[in-house]
Design a protein around this ligand. Structure first.
Ligand SMILES: [Zn+2]
Length: 383
């Protein structure tokens, strides 16, 4: 497999998905292009990883008691009354309890979102105000926009491709790749579009590095296209401005040359349709074969553990996979900075976990019993 960037990570890394986000084909607008919204500081995981006793101010997930609206998470000072709970329940952020579950888990499913790549410095789809130049970023990711101005849409995606190719995998990417190497029964679903499609990774929303034909009925696809720029007219999207200077392309007041359709590459198969990014745009269906494969994996046996990483998982089909994994008996572990917010904690069911921390800093520690300890070179060493 061709390395996906000039960065140093090995093609053997099976998850490496460097980039930004977006969720296409979902009721929520995707997020790309622009810095993520500032988040409150994230507390580091305790280095000892032995949180057998929850701190006095931990948040306790309160189970819904009535159908008249969600209860709030309880910020309580007193120890919880375990007798009212239907199952033995470890604190939701108890690392040692999570490690016990991880050690005994064979079939593990992960669902990854934008938060996984945030620590790689990749811009979000929506960005500041939801605009890319003067365009609504969510409207650029549509066939309608592509038919109206394919050059502008390609500049948008050319910029995203370039940004991904310059990014490096962060420790969370590496930890998931290490988990894939250690556990053949591990499957990773990602909502990000920056990924290689290795054997244990399913790219729900396609890939920036796949190119396909935009003509109806033409099935031409080219995988692993890392050309940067994708084609000569897209060179402005692949510029690297001097440090501290913004990319002229991102300045809506900086005039750019319109790219006519004739300057964009056409499909080599039908000789008619324009080539387009192999991502799933709003209103488009997810790949049928991929969905079928995921369904087969889900139906193949009990899912022991599901990791929900860097995503609020409120969009389809992400939310559906969590419900299905739960039906298959999985314990759910959510890892993202908002996971322990009161509005999230009430959703947690007994036995599930929530770690309100950045994936890049917490995932290597959480997966340590299986993948080993991260070394200075980013590799993991067991024992
Ligand atoms: Zn074609």
């Amino acid at each position: 497999m061709t390395p996906c960037s000039a960065s140093s990570f090995s093609p053997a890394d099976q998850t490496i998905t460097l980039a930004p986000l977006p969720s296409h084909f979902c009721p929520h607008p995707p997020s790309h292009v622009a810095l993520p919204a500032p988040r409150p500081p994230v507390l580091p995981l305790p280095s000892s990883l032995s949180l057998t006793t929850p701190p006095a101010n931990f948040y306790w997930p309160v189970r819904p008691l009535a159908a008249s609206g969600p209860p709030t998470g309880g910020h309580i000072a007193d120890p919880p009354d375990f007798s009212i709970l239907p199952l033995p329940m470890a604190p939701h952020n108890d690392v040692e309890s999570f490690h016990e579950v991880l050690r005994s888990s064979r079939r593990v499913l992960a669902l990854c979102g934008a938060g996984l790549s945030a620590s790689s410095g990749l811009p979000t789809f929506r960005g500041a105000g939801g605009y890319w130049r003067s365009h609504d970023a969510t409207k650029l990711g549509t066939m309608r926009a592509f038919k109206t101005d394919p050059g502008m849409v390609w500049l948008f995606y050319g910029y995203r491709r370039h940004t991904c190719l310059r990014a490096r995998p962060n420790p969370a990417h590496r930890a998931l790749a290490a988990l894939a190497r250690e556990n053949q029964d591990f499957l990773c679903l990602t909502q990000n579009v920056d990924s290689h499609p290795p054997e244990q990774l399913r790219t729900l929303h396609g890939s920036l590095f796949d190119i396909k034909c935009s003509a109806d009925g033409c099935d031409w696809v080219q995988h692993d296209n890392f050309d940067d720029p994708f084609c000569p007219p897209l060179a402005p999207a692949s510029e690297d401005p001097p440090p501290g200077r913004p990319l002229p392309l991102l300045d809506p007041y900086h005039r750019i040359k319109h790219i006519p359709e004739e300057e964009l590459p056409t499909c080599p198969k039908c000789k008619d349709g324009l080539q387009r990014p192999g991502v799933v745009w709003f209103g488009e269906e997810l790949d049928e074969d991929m969905m079928k494969g995921i369904n087969e994996w889900m139906n193949d046996g009990k899912v022991d553990l599901m990791l929900v990483v860097g995503t609020s998982a409120q969009v389809w089909p992400a939310a559906g996979y969590i419900s299905r994994a739960k039906l298959h008996g999985a314990r759910i572990a959510t890892i993202n900075p908002e996971a322990e917010d009161e509005t999230e904690l009430y959703k947690i069911q007994p036995g599930d976990f929530a770690f309100g921390r950045d994936a890049a800093e917490s995932l290597p520690l959480l997966l340590e019993p299986v993948i080993g300890t991260m070394q200075g070179n980013g590799e993991f060493k067991k024992g």
